[in-house]
Design a protein around this ligand. Structure first.
Ligand SMILES: [Zn+2]
Ligand SMILES: [Zn+2]
Length: 261
């Protein structure tokens, strides 16, 4: 059974690489028959970290205001929530903690986009995969995912198996299972992210086998399209729900950082 559907992962133009106003994302959600959405734009980070791909700290108040305007406009028709996609990058935890404390967010995703200084999901740096040992890469990546889960900063882990984006799949899988143990132990959810279906790997994050392993550990899923344009809102949610329910998984949402469903 599926309750009212939310899309809890989407962006705004403030991050510099998304298009469409919050009200256009909200309208798209309404047109798609969703009950609600949660904006989770790329949060501000220290100035030296990934600056072109996120809002600046001095834009945070604008972000809150833009989403609150959509909230007011769609009140009674669509439940519009306000969250963030945070990055977990060792050394930035205190900065992140500060931003998370600056506003009562509904939902915070913790994502890993960097291994060391390498932005591994950036198509510009894809050649780096050829000079890495894939098993080692995934071990390093999942160690970071465990760090994110243990940091206590986040409600969910974003796009769990992201290094597969361009087709470089995990050759063993043990590190992933260990990370799932930690995620379950710490009580986090997983961002079930349908953007993977729009990427070369052509598979949602997490993969079907990891979806099963997560469900077996009692880890719930938060549906997210990772929309960077309004047309992507609710992308392939029917397939997402099927993949989750096929393995007995549970779909939840967050409000005021409390899990529902
Ligand atoms: Zn983005
Ligand atoms: Zn995202």
């Amino acid at each position: 059974m599926t309750g009212p559907l939310f899309d809890s992962h989407m962006h705004t133009p403030l991050c510099g690489h998304a298009s469409g106003s919050p009200r256009e994302y909200a309208q798209a959600a309404l047109d798609a028959g969703l009950a609600g959405i949660c904006f989770t734009d790329h949060m501000p980070m220290p100035a030296w970290y990934d600056a072109p791909w996120r809002m600046r700290l001095d834009q945070l108040a604008q972000y809150v205001q833009d989403v609150q305007e959509a909230q007011a406009e769609f009140a009674g028709r669509l439940d519009v929530r306000l969250g963030l996609e945070a990055d977990f990058h060792p050394g930035t935890e205190r900065f992140v903690e500060g931003v998370l404390g600056a506003h009562p967010w509904d939902y915070v995703i913790g994502s890993i986009h960097y291994i060391g200084a390498w932005g591994f999901d950036n198509p510009e740096f894809i050649a780096e995969y050829d000079s890495r040992d894939l098993a080692g890469l995934y071990r390093d990546y999942y160690a970071l995912a465990e760090g994110a889960a243990k940091s206590g900063l986040f409600d969910s882990i974003g796009h769990l198996d992201l290094p597969k984006k361009f087709g470089h799949r995990d050759p063993d899988g043990y590190a992933a299972l260990h990370a799932l143990d930690v995620i379950a132990e710490r009580g986090l959810a997983l961002d079930f992210n349908t953007a993977g279906w729009r990427k070369p790997v052509a598979e949602a994050y997490p993969a079907p086998d990891l979806t099963r392993q997560a469900a077996e550990r009692g880890i719930p899923f938060v549906l997210g399209s990772d929309a960077h344009t309004p047309g992507e809102v609710g992308h392939r949610f029917t397939d997402a729900i099927k993949q989750i329910h096929d393995v007995g998984g549970r779909i939840v949402t967050y409000q005021g950082r409390v899990r529902h469903g």
